[in-house]
Design a protein around this ligand. Structure first.
Ligand code: ATP
Length: 206
């Protein structure tokens, strides 16, 4: 998989957030989207994922044979996690993961129980997510993204609300499960993008 940005720009009302980003993201590489608060990292991630439209320019997904991936197929190619992402709080983690993995195949044929064990939240697995702490919710958000069998992984501030053990777990998950994927991380924290060889600074596109 490859993602190509051609002059991608975004504005809200009259205010341009970023302008004319042209870039190619290729599978097997990690890319950090860096910049100050409000510089547009999360917005860029959402525009690339197709959750918001670009005001100008194009985002193109192509497969390994250089064929364009259609808009309908893109959802199944992306694992996505963001602090503001909605998760259904009335569901237990087990129900939420069952639901999520009815749309996306689990990585390495992991079973729901395996994924629950990986989060370390076994004792809370049958409690409603609404009762979880913010760090526990963040582990669930990361798990549904990282353990989806998708060539692309988009992580917005992946260590938000995580304690030291959670940050260490994130590092292990990336080292074990992220090889060969195309990873975009929107971040201001090197613990989140330690593995990214490429860095894109949003301030360069104002
Ligand atoms: N839906 C929206 N309507 C209007 N303005 C918006 C909207 N979403 C974001 N913005 C504005 O766009 C700018 C970029 O926001 P964004 O959340 O992408 O920044 P960020 O770099 O991810 O910030 P942070 O580091 O604080 O997470 C901000 O000025 C924000 O107020």
């Amino acid at each position: 998989m490859k993602i190509t940005l051609d002059q991608v720009s975004k504005r809200f009302q009259q205010h341009w957030i970023f302008k004319n980003i042209s870039y190619s993201f290729v599978q097997g590489n990690g890319y950090a989207l860096l910049g100050a608060n409000g510089s547009g990292k999360s917005t860029l991630l959402r525009v690339i994922a197709g959750m918001q439209s670009a005001s100008k320019g194009k985002v193109l997904f192509t497969d390994d044979n250089d064929k364009a991936v259609t808009t309908n197929q893109i959802f199944s190619k992306i694992g996505f996690s963001a602090p503001g992402q909605e998760i259904v709080e009335e569901l237990t983690m087990r129900e939420f993961l069952d639901f999520h993995f009815s749309f996306k195949r689990p990585l390495n044929n992991l079973r729901i129980d395996d994924i629950i064990n990986l989060t370390g939240l076994q004792s809370a697995a049958d409690k409603p997510i609404g009762d979880y702490s913010s760090g526990m919710k963040q582990r669930v958000k990361l798990a549904q993204a990282i353990f989806s069998d998708t060539p692309i992984l988009m992580l917005d501030e992946p260590c938000t609300n995580l304690d030291q053990a959670g940050v260490e777990q994130y590092r292990e998950w990336i080292e074990t499960y992220a090889a060969n994927r195309l990873i975009l991380v929107a971040s201001n924290d090197v613990r989140e993008y330690f593995f990214c060889r490429e860095k894109i600074t949003l301030e360069n596109f104002k």
